[in-house]
Design a protein around this ligand. Structure first.
Ligand code: RTP
Ligand code: MG
Length: 147
């Protein structure tokens, strides 16, 4: 079963949207595997956004993601990487459709509320940057998608 790393960014925490954002993934039927409230360090932020190192917005991105606590999570489900990015919506909030998290709640592009891994390789790398193996909880979720 595929896993992804999701993170409510500091703007989502400040706006009190952790619960409503998590509900989107619960409603879809995905399985929560790990979650914690953390202050991201600058080193951890640079590792997380390593693919953007050298781009003009990199320093602002690191400042933003370390500006306050985040809620980091691991979720599991079939095709969850693709499907969770559909639930999240486009990076540019002007292109994020209503019904998506960004489309419904975000109004300023860099403050787009939530991060979601974009590939299995990114998911594995990002997950390791935030969680130890023993923080991932194994359990049966008997009701998969009927909500
Ligand atoms: P994220 O990684 O944060 O989940 O967002 P994403 O996949 O939708 O977008 P990505 O291309 O990975 O960009 C990461 C974050 O950098 C900011 N960004 N600014 N000024 C720009 O052109 C620009 N491009 C990206 C956004 O805050 C984006 O979420
Ligand atoms: Mg990204």
């Amino acid at each position: 079963m595929e896993r992804t790393f999701l993170m409510v960014k500091p703007d989502g925490v400040q706006r009190g949207l952790i619960g409503r954002i998590m509900s989107r993934f619960e409603d879809k039927g995905f399985k929560l595997v790990a979650g914690k409230f953390v202050q991201v360090t600058v080193e951890q932020a640079k590792r997380h956004y390593a693919e953007h190192d050298g781009k003009p917005f990199f320093d602002d991105l690191v400042s933003f993601i370390t500006s306050g606590p985040v809620f980091a999570m691991v979720w599991e489900g079939e095709d969850i990487i693709t499907l969770s990015r559909m639930l999240i919506g486009k990076t540019n909030v002007k292109e994020a459709l209503p019904g998506t998290i960004r489309g419904d709640f975000a109004a300023i592009t860099p403050h787009n509320l939530i991060h979601g891994s974009d590939s299995p390789e990114s998911a594995a790398r990002e997950l390791r940057n935030f969680f130890e193996e023993d923080e991932l909880v194994a359990y049966d979720k008997t009701i998969a998608v009927w909500t």
